[in-house]
Design a binder for this molecule. Structure first.
Ligand SMILES: [Zn+2]
Ligand SMILES: [Zn+2]
Length: 109
């Protein structure tokens, strides 16, 4: 499970759609207080920052629509509480660029 800190327009199809799916899973874990993944670093860094996660979803959806993908799974804005800024990272931005480069996919990083 990973939410990238890379601008969505730089992500390839696979990573854009994959992150979008995982973002919904993460949103569900945090808003429903699910027991699984509680200690996952990605869960821990977004807890208390649902506003920031909501905004990440918004920019992803914008990019998906630009590419002609359908989106029918809006998040409930009433649940978008807490900090609007994400300033904790599982991997630094530079590390994320390296990870994506090593995958040899179509990401433009
Ligand atoms: Zn969505
Ligand atoms: Zn990619």
């Amino acid at each position: 499970m990973r939410i990238w800190d890379i601008p969505p327009e730089r992500l390839c199809r696979q990573h854009l759609l994959g992150e979008h799916r995982e973002l919904h899973a993460l949103w569900s874990i945090i808003t429903n207080n699910k027991k699984g993944y509680v200690h996952h670093p990605e869960t821990m860094r977004w807890r208390g920052k649902l506003k920031a996660l909501y905004l990440r979803h918004e920019v992803m959806v914008e990019e998906m629509k630009k590419r002609g993908y359908k989106h029918s799974t809006p998040l409930d804005p009433a649940l978008a509480t807490g900090n609007a800024i994400q300033d904790e990272f599982v991997n630094s931005y530079e590390e994320q660029v390296r990870i994506l480069n090593e995958k040899g996919c179509e990401c433009r990083v």
